[in-house]
Design a protein around this ligand. Structure first.
Ligand SMILES: CC(C)(COP(=O)(O)OP(=O)(O)OC[C@H]1O[C@@H](n2cnc3c(N)ncnc32)[C@H](O)[C@@H]1OP(=O)(O)O)[C@@H](O)C(=O)NCCC(=O)NCCS
Length: 185
C-alpha cells in the first residue's frame, strides 16, 4: 500500500480508502468544494486551479466513488496548510473527514514539515485532532497568498490553527505583513 493510502471501515462497514488525487478526480473535487463555497463554508476553487494543484489533493473513496477531498499546500520546508477539506453531505459522520486530515498530516510528516496550519469556521472539529488556535499574524504566508484577495480581509471570521510548532521565522515580525497592515488601513 502506498504511503498515503489507508483503509478503514466507514459507515455501514464499507471500506474507505484515502489516496492521492489524480487529474480525473478534479471535476468531482470541484463539485465537492463548490457546494460548500456557495454557502461560504469554504473558499471557492476554480476547476483550473484544482487541476493546476491536483498534486496537493488527497481524496477518500468508498465503493469506488470519491466522497471527500482535502489539500496540503506547502509554503516552504517548514510550513504547510490543510485546505479545501470537504466530505459529501450524504457521507458525513462516518470518519471520512478524520481520515482525510490524518492522511494530510501524514503527508506533511513524510515531507519533514513540522507545522501544519489551517483557517477554519469549525475550530472545535480540528481541535479534536490536536490543532491549537494561534493569532492570524503568526501565519503571514497565508495572509500573502489568500487574505490579500479575500473580500473579508478586514473582517475575517475564521480561526487560525496549527498542528506542531510554529516555524521560528513565522513567529518573528514579517516586513510583508507590516506592508499588508498598512494596505488594510
Ligand atoms: C467538517 C467535515 C469535513 C467533517 O467531515 P466528516 O466526515 O463528517 O467528519 P468525521 O466523520 O471524521 O468526524 C465526525 C465527528 O466530528 C464531529 N464534528 C463534525 N462537524 C463538526 C463541527 N463543525 N464542529 C465540531 N465537531 C464536529 C462530529 O460530531 C463527529 O463526532 P463523533 O465522532 O464524536 O460522533 C464535513 O462536515 C464537511 O465537509 N463540512 C463542510 C466543509 C467544511 O466546513 N470543511 C472544513 C473547512 S476548514
Amino acid at each position: 500500500m502506498a504511503a498515503h493510502e489507508n483503509r478503514v471501515r466507514g459507515g455501514e462497514g464499507i471500506a474507505m480508502r484515502a489516496r492521492k488525487a489524480r487529474l480525473p478526480d478534479a471535476e468531482r473535487i470541484h463539485a465537492l468544494i463548490a457546494g460548500y463555497a456557495r454557502e461560504e463554508r469554504l473558499l471557492p476553487r476554480s476547476l483550473a486551479e484544482i487541476c493546476e494543484n491536483i498534486r496537493d489533493f488527497t481524496v477518500v473513496e468508498q465503493r469506488g466513488g470519491v466522497i471527500g477531498c482535502g489539500a496540503l499546500h506547502f509554503y516552504g520546508a517548514e510550513l504547510a496548510e490543510i485546505r479545501s477539506v470537504a466530505v459529501d453531505r450524504a457521507r458525513q459522520q462516518r470518519g471520512a473527514g478524520s481520515r482525510l486530515v490524518a492522511a494530510l498530516l501524514a503527508e506533511a510528516r513524510a515531507h519533514g514539515v513540522g507545522c501544519v496550519c489551517l483557517f477554519t469556521h469549525i475550530p472545535d472539529y480540528f481541535a479534536r485532532t490536536g490543532f491549537v488556535t494561534v493569532e492570524h499574524q503568526s501565519l503571514p504566508e497565508k495572509a500573502l497568498k489568500d487574505c490579500v484577495r479575500c473580500p473579508r480581509v478586514h473582517c475575517c471570521d475564521e480561526t487560525a490553527m496549527i498542528f506542531g510548532a510554529l516555524p521560528l521565522r513565522a513567529a518573528a515580525p514579517q516586513p510583508q505583513l507590516v506592508a499588508l497592515r498598512s494596505l488594510a488601513g
